[in-house]
Structures are given as structure tokens and as C-alpha cells.
Design a protein around this ligand. Structure first.
Ligand code: KE4
Length: 423
């Protein structure tokens, strides 16, 4: 494949944007390749500026569950655009979308729309702190919740499991109220509640972790988090930016039958347009301005174009709920191809798959936590990435992301991908 134009554009992009990109993972840093500059996309395919076609399993990191440029969504957005792009005033569409969210995810009785997952998480945490009048937040190592200062953390002194900044520019004081536990490690959570009794406002968790690759919750883990937060008068925040409307119409909370106090959404809820959302129990959300004392605002929050894309996307998913079985079957076929490749070639390879989310890890360890996930051979992953790209399959340029399947992936796409995996 020729990538001359991407190479040329990347060179120029680096003059005007840090690393030539507007989000770090796009720079292909961990796979040692020049990033592809994408010209267009339709259905399961993306096309780079050199005219190469790829079957896309990044799906814009999750929003693309219907495939790219779904005709109904595009038509609705084009029509909405004719009436104006943004008013900075209430619209009927915000009611339609937040009512749809409440219908599909009943724990979200009341929702505030924002413009990104980061903004949703940042605001949900502020709301949890305002509601509980406590300051400390527990997050899990390997889970990613956007780039707000207090969450860009890594484990500090192991004994205290207090966080320290994991990014330049984040003052130490901004992370003093962030505690780090281990995903699927019950005792690491218990210890924090014992050590910081009465000070913990909330736990925030990816109910299915998808930012250390895909790591599933241990059977009892989510019920345990629900119970220990109730016992300690702390809130449970499900960060469903990835899993929301991905694992099913009612997300991970429906899949695992757990009712969180607050949920954050992004990606699919905007149908490819910039939307984030946070919501939950009415009494908690009524803490948010202008009703309550927790301030939060946004110029383009709930804008008519993004809400149109989100409404149309959720309506299509709701109308075709059988899609989720089809998505899961396609993902299972891919998972099977990885397992077959690993055993036939004596390659240490694990696959975690749930619904239309999956991830292949190059390790012999069963990947049930951050430690096992990070035991993966990232050089092997980079080689696999290059092999797939050269065969016209576009997967995440990082071991610690997920593979997303869309409604638009045909049986032929899946078969071609399975062949590419086994090469
Ligand atoms: P955004 O601010 O990127 O819309 O959402 C932040 C976020 C919050 N919560 C979860 C569980 C997330 O996965 C994300 C963002 N996901 C990454 C991919 N793993 C976005 C891709 C990128 O950073 O370019």
C-alpha cells in the first residue's frame, strides 16, 4: 500500500498541531507507523488520502456502532443544519434526547448534556462531591475517564495508594483527593474505605474496562462496588462513555443489572457528533446549576446538530434491538479467529470479548486486571497492527484500546478479517 500523501500531510500537520494530531493515540506512536490521514468513511470502510480502503474496527473509538455515515443519521443532520447550527438556548431536541436516555437507562432520571466524555466525567465528579460534601474519589488503575486534572493520575506511594499526577502541568494538590484501587481487587477498595472512612465521595469505574484493552469485571465486582458505596454513603459512578448503548440499549448497567447513582455517557450518545452526558438520580442531579449549587455550563451543550445525530442513532438502535445479537456474534467470530491463530502458531495470545467489544493481548496470562493487561508484549501487538493494516484492516494503534464492531460490518468483512488475523 502507498501512504505517500499521509506521510506528506503528517509532516505538515506537525508544524501546526502537537504531534500533528488532535488526540495523542492518533499519532500511531506505539505502533511505529505514520498515521493514516482519512479522506472519508462509509459503512464499515474508511478511505485514506492515498485512496486505500480499510475495514474499520476503531469506529472513531466507539461512536460508530451503526457504521460510518449512516444514511438516516446523515439525512437528519443535513436537515437540522439548514435550521441553524447552534442557538445557545433550550430546544425541543434536548428534551427528546434526555427523555430517550431516561427511557433506555432508567437510572438516569435526569441528565445534563455536555460536549465530551471528559466534560461529562469532570462534571459528574463535581456533582458527587457537591452532593455528598466529601472530597475523595476512588478510581481504578488502568481505567481512563478523560483528561480532567484530578484523573490524570498514577499510583503514588503504594502504601498510601494516594495518586500523584501522571501528566505535566497537573499540580500535586489537584490529585491529593484521588485514590487509586486495582480493578477486580476487592481488598484494594476495602482498604481505601477503611483508611479514608467518611471522606470518600464516590467511586468512578468503567463497568467494563476498555482503556487497558478490554478487561471484564469479575462476576461479583460490580455488585461489591454497589454495596460498599451504599455502606459508606458514597456514590457509584459508572463511566459508560464506551459501554453506553454499546453493550446493549441499557449499557453495562443493564447488562450487569446494577443501578449506579450517576452515569457518564459519550461517543454513541452523540452518533458521531460531539456529545457527552452525565445523569442519575433526580435528587443528585438537582444539585447542578441553575437548580443547585454545583456549577457547570457549556456554550455548545445540547446543540441541535449533535442532539439530532444522537437522537437518530438511539432511535435506530431502539428500533432494531436485534442488532446487539448480530454485533455479538460478529465479535465472537473475530475472537475465535484470534484464539485459533494463537493455538495453531503457538503464540501466547488472550482474547477478552463482550458484546461488540473485544481485545487481543499478546501474553500467556489470563487478562483479568491491569497487571495482566500490561504483561502483554506491545512489540508483538505493533507487529500484528502492521500486518493487519497492510491487509486492509484498521484496528486500534495501541494495545490498550478496544476493537469495535459495527452494524455495518458484513459477514464478508468478518471473514476477510478472520483470514487476516490467521495470516
Ligand atoms: P472524550 O473526552 O474523549 O470524549 O471521552 C473521555 C473518555 C471518558 N471515559 C471513557 C471510558 C473513555 O474511554 C473516554 C475516551 N476514550 C478514548 C479511547 N479509549 C478516546 C480516544 C482518544 O483519546 O482519542
Amino acid at each position: 500500500m502507498i501512504h505517500d500523501k499521509s506521510i506528506e500531510l503528517f509532516h505538515k500537520a506537525k508544524q501546526f498541531m502537537p504531534g500533528g494530531v488532535n488526540s495523542p493515540v492518533r499519532a500511531f506512536g506505539s505502533v511505529g507507523r505514520t498515521p493514516l490521514f482519512i479522506e472519508k468513511a462509509k459503512g464499515s470502510k474508511i478511505y485514506d488520502v492515498d485512496g486505500n480502503e480499510y475495514i474499520d474496527y476503531v469506529c472513531s473509538w466507539g461512536p460508530g456502532i451503526l457504521g460510518h455515515a449512516n444514511d438516516e443519521v446523515i439525512e437528519a443532520v443535513q436537515k437540522a443544519a439548514m435550521d441553524g447550527l447552534t442557538f445557545g438556548a433550550p430546544t425541543k431536541k434536548e428534551i427528546i434526547l434526555t427523555e430517550l436516555i431516561a427511557d433506555l437507562m432508567p437510572s438516569m432520571e435526569m441528565t445534563r448534556l455536555v460536549s465530551s466524555g471528559t466534560e461529562a466525567v469532570m462534571s459528574a465528579i463535581r456533582t458527587a462531591r457537591g452532593y455528598t460534601k466529601k472530597d475523595m474519589i476512588i478510581k481504578f488503575r488502568g481505567c481512563y475517564h478523560g483528561h480532567s486534572d484530578g484523573l490524570l493520575v498514577k499510583a503514588g506511594s503504594a502504601a498510601l495508594t494516594q495518586a500523584v499526577p501522571d501528566s505535566a502541568g497537573v499540580p500535586k494538590s489537584y490529585t491529593d483527593n484521588t485514590l487509586i484501587a486495582e480493578y477486580n481487587d476487592y481488598d484494594s477498595v476495602r482498604e481505601l474505605f477503611e483508611r479514608y472512612k467518611g471522606k470518600i465521595a464516590a467511586i468512578i469505574v468503567e463497568p467494563v474496562a476498555a482503556n487497558m484493552g478490554v478487561v471484564l469485571p469479575d462476576d461479583g465486582f460490580l455488585p461489591f462496588l454497589r454495596e460498599i458505596t451504599l455502606e459508606n454513603e458514597a456514590l457509584l459512578i459508572f463511566d459508560e462513555v464506551i459501554t453506553g448503548f454499546r453493550l446493549g440499549l441499557d449499557g453495562a448497567q443493564g447488562y450487569y443489572n446494577i443501578k449506579p447513582d450517576l452515569t457518564t455517557l459519550g461517543k454513541i450518545v452523540g452518533g458521531g457528533m460531539p456529545i457527552g452526558a452525565y445523569g442519575g438520580r433526580r435528587e443528585i442531579m438537582e444539585m447542578v446549576s441553575p437548580v443547585g449549587p454545583v456549577y457547570q455550563a457549556g456554550t455548545l451543550s445540547g446543540n441541535p446538530i449533535a442532539t439530532t445525530a444522537g437522537i437518530k442513532t438511539l432511535e435506530i438502535l431502539k428500533r432494531n434491538s436485534y442488532y446487539y445479537n448480530e454485533l455479538e456474534n460478529k465479535a465472537k467470530k473475530l475472537a475465535g479467529a484470534f484464539i485459533e491463530y494463537g493455538s495453531r502458531n503457538n503464540v501466547s495470545l488472550q482474547v477478552n470479548q463482550i458484546g461488540s467489544l473485544l481485545c487481543a493481548f499478546f501474553t500467556k496470562e489470563i487478562v483479568v486486571d491491569f497487571k495482566a493487561a500490561t504483561s502483554s508484549d506491545t512489540n508483538q501487538y505493533a507487529n500484528y497492527f502492521g500486518r493487519m493494516l497492510d491487509q486492509g484492516i484498521y484496528i486500534a494503534p495501541s494495545q490498550y484500546e478496544a476493537m469495535f464492531v459495527s452494524v455495518a460490518h458484513t459477514d464478508e468483512d468478518i471473514e476477510k478479517t478472520c483470514r487476516a488475523i490467521s495470516m
